[in-house]
Write a protein that binds this ligand. Structure first.
Ligand code: UTP
Length: 298
């Protein structure tokens, strides 16, 4: 059936995940002058590939990357590497060939849209609007790397959505002094791992924060958010915040906060990135035992 503007497919299943990867990554300069932050490797995989694997594990088949001018390496990474693949095939390096070919599994398509100016996360998500066809879509920020073995966070959000029908934002507890770095939720009915949102605020002062539950980079959003983002005014820094749009969304539709299971690393800053490297390094099947041994030496 043809889809007219403003109409979205109804389904509880996740199909599209949006990856906003157009930020400037200034906290990683000079590394990010020419290389996108999302291409920085944790052990042997770029951050953005961890994010893609999480989306695919949750059932996504359409991956939408919101990119910027210096981000061509991301599209190259997910493209077929013809010369490399034929070289590896010729030299019978089958294992390496499989690694190169499995970056995007069969049946999954990658789509790209440009955010011409980094006008904020909300604006980046809005740029994906023409490529999202369903009523509900996922958003993953690759610099929030979360390890939970075989049950990644996006799968947890999908299950929560399937049982409630609500949009979902993932949250984690932070120390009260750090709430002014995050979007923070007001969810007074919190029970178990989730609670219905009554409010959400961006970077509140600790004395004014409604809780210490901070939003982490995983969302499952109703497509209604696009209409709201179009009407959302930029903040004092000139950025359109998705937090502000979610605050409007919850006045119209149910939005839940979900406290995910998993170990989270903020790889947008150097400390978090190094911690992730140590975490994934010690778990790596090839070098993990040696790396651990080396770490434990005086
Ligand atoms: P950050 O807040 O980490 O900003 O963005 P940044 O520009 O990437 O990094 P710093 O602060 O300069 O070091 C969080 C996520 O939102 C995306 C980023 O790519 C990152 O995945 N983003 C942010 C956009 O896609 N567009 C924007 O305008 C802002």
């Amino acid at each position: 059936m043809a889809q007219s503007e403003g109409e979205y497919e109804m389904s509880n299943k996740l199909k599209t995940v949006v990856f906003p990867v157009a930020g400037l990554g200034t906290r990683f300069l000079p590394a990010t002058k020419a290389v996108p932050k999302e291409m920085l490797p944790v052990v042997d995989k770029p951050l953005v590939q961890y994010a893609v694997e999480e989306a695919v594990a949750a059932g996504a088949t359409r991956l939408v990357f919101v990119t910027g001018r210096t981000k061509n390496a991301i599209a190259d990474h997910f493209d077929k590497a013809y010369e490399l693949e034929s070289e590896l095939a010729e030299k019978k390096k089958t294992e390496l060939l499989e690694i190169a070919q499995s970056v995007v599994p069969e049946g999954v398509s990658c789509l790209y849209v440009r955010q011409s100016e980094p006008l904020g996360l909300g604006h980046a998500i809005l740029c994906a609007k023409p490529l999202v066809q369903e009523e509900v879509f996922g958003v993953i920020l690759p610099d929030d790397l979360i390890d939970n073995g075989d049950d990644p966070v996006m799968s947890q959000l999908v299950r929560h959505h399937e049982s409630t029908g609500a949009s979902v934002v993932s949250v984690t507890e932070v120390i009260p002094e750090h709430v002014n770095r995050y979007g923070v939720v007001d969810a007074p009915t919190f029970e178990g791992r989730s609670g219905r949102l009554r409010g959400i605020v961006e970077k509140p002062e600790p004395s004014e924060a409604p809780s210490n539950l901070a939003v982490v980079g995983r969302y499952l959003l109703s497509a209604e958010i696009f209409e709201i983002l179009e009407q959302t005014a930029p903040d004092h820094r000139g950025e359109i915040q998705v937090t502000d749009a979610i605050a409007t969304l919850l006045e119209k539709e149910a939005v839940d906060a979900y406290q995910f299971e998993g170990v989270q690393f903020d790889c947008g800053n150097k400390l978090g990135f190094l911690q992730a490297t140590v975490w994934f390094g010690t778990k790596h099947p090839e070098i993990g035992p040696d790396f651990k041994h080396w770490l434990e030496q005086d």
